[in-house]
Design a protein around this ligand. Structure first.
Ligand SMILES: NC(=O)c1ccc[n+]([C@@H]2O[C@H](COP(=O)([O-])OP(=O)(O)OC[C@H]3O[C@@H](n4cnc5c(N)ncnc54)[C@H](O)[C@@H]3O)[C@@H](O)[C@H]2O)c1
Ligand SMILES: [Zn+2]
Length: 355
């Protein structure tokens, strides 16, 4: 599998598809880590499941793990540990884990000694296809998710699909929601590939996963290269399904997971596009079929009220001054950002998307 290049001028880096134990990775790693201290960071679960990997390059720091611990005091604990271990400006951090580990290690790398280099070894599907690409790092604040952070690109990302063998099914589904997001919003051919291979996806065929992770990385890398810091509307397309999704996650007290929220959110956005005649009913149904075939959630639970959803969306950090930006599909594989959508039609789309 060819490497994916993330082209960002002096911040460019490669996503390498290889086994953690391969010579290919070992060689690259040795080159990068020559004459410098290395600190591997992961959460407790990674430490338990993959002790050999955790300690392979020396010291390991165990993050507490979970969204509740994705905060500044945990970052402080990591920084203090690094200082006590005499890490300096030349040190290298290695993040092995899911999106939380990657976001936190990346953020620490951005601020530790005013900035050190880091590499990412994503071990969840979501981290492989989404959070390890693009350089957004950070932690949650008491008032919301990911409100404190920095853009910090890794020096290298290594994707070893074998990590998925131990990943719980619910986490696989979380990642799959992001995979199909790329297809619906940006790539019709990718949609065809996914729709034609539902069995391989549902049976966790790792060869096929390697292929779809690779394509997802290419798509995200391409978007990020056009809009590294989300100053244009291009990167916003990656938020397809997310405005509705975030509101649902939040209103369910996170009983609805991120991927579940995004999957339901894409279905609502698809319905909204249909009501606005931006795309056809048959496109809407094609999208819904793939969501259902992958056994993802697609409907809003009855206990969440429409008015609460619109209220939360208006206060989302991505809403600019109360105005909600909607990423809506205009065909399978194409989408655009719309900012002047009539809230009555939004409510109708919500009404038609309940369980
Ligand atoms: N930076 C970005 O652009 C970006 C994009 C999307 C999401 N995110 C962030 O990513 C986070 C979610 O990431 P996540 O879903 O990977 O969560 P996570 O890091 O909490 O991982 C999910 C769970 O899987 C476990 N795990 C990890 N790898 C495993 C493996 N191979 N086998 C068994 N268990 C394993 C973890 O210990 C954890 O319990 C959120 O905080 C979100 O804000 C960031
Ligand atoms: Zn997401």
């Amino acid at each position: 599998m060819k490497n994916v290049k993330v082209k960002l001028n002096q911040n460019s880096y490669e996503i390498v598809f290889a086994s953690f134990n391969s010579e290919n990775f070992e060689e690259r790693f040795l080159k990068l880590s020559e004459n410098r201290a290395v600190l591997t960071v992961g959460d407790k679960k990674i430490q338990q499941l993959y002790p050999l990997m955790a300690y392979r390059y020396g010291k390991f720091f165990a993050l507490a793990g979970g969204e509740d611990n994705k905060n500044l005091s945990e970052i402080e604990r990591l920084c203090e540990y690094g200082i006590s271990e005499n890490l300096d400006r030349k040190s290298l951090f290695v993040a092995i884990g899911g999106g939380i580990t990657g976001d936190m290690t990346g953020f620490t790398a951005a601020i530790f000694m005013r900035g050190v280099e880091f590499i990412q070894v994503p071990t969840t599907l979501l981290a492989m296809v989404d959070s390890s690409v693009g350089g957004k790092t950070g932690v949650n604040s008491a008032s919301g998710k990911n409100l404190i952070g920095a853009f910090k690109q890794p020096k290298l990302v290594l994707i070893d699909v074998n990590f998925l063998k131990t990943l719980p099914e619910r986490e696989i589904k979380n990642g799959l929601a992001e995979v199909i997001k790329y297809a619906f919003a940006l790539d019709e051919k990718f949609f065809e590939l996914l729709s034609g291979n539902v069995d391989k996806i549902n049976s966790l065929d790792l060869n096929f996963y390697n292929k779809i992770i690779h394509r997802s990385c290419e798509i995200k890398a391409d978007i990020v290269a056009q809009d590294e810091k989300e100053t244009k509307n291009v990167r916003a397309l990656l938020n397809y399904g997310h405005t509705f999704g975030h509101a649902l996650e939040n209103l369910s007290n996170y009983e609805i997971s991120h991927g579940e929220g995004v999957a339901i959110g894409m279905n609502i956005a698809g319905k909204l596009s249909q009501l606005l005649n931006l795309w056809s009913e048959s496109d809407y149904l094609k999208q819904l079929k793939l969501i259902k075939d992958l056994n993802l959630r697609y409907a809003i639970p009855r206990n969440i009220k429409i008015d609460d959803i619109t209220e939360v969306m208006t206060h989302d950090k991505k809403a600019s001054r109360g105005k909600i930006n909607f990423v809506l599909p205009t065909a399978i594989g194409s989408s655009e950002v719309f900012s002047n959508i009539d809230m009555e039609i939004v409510k109708k789309a919500l009404e038609e998307s309940y369980e």
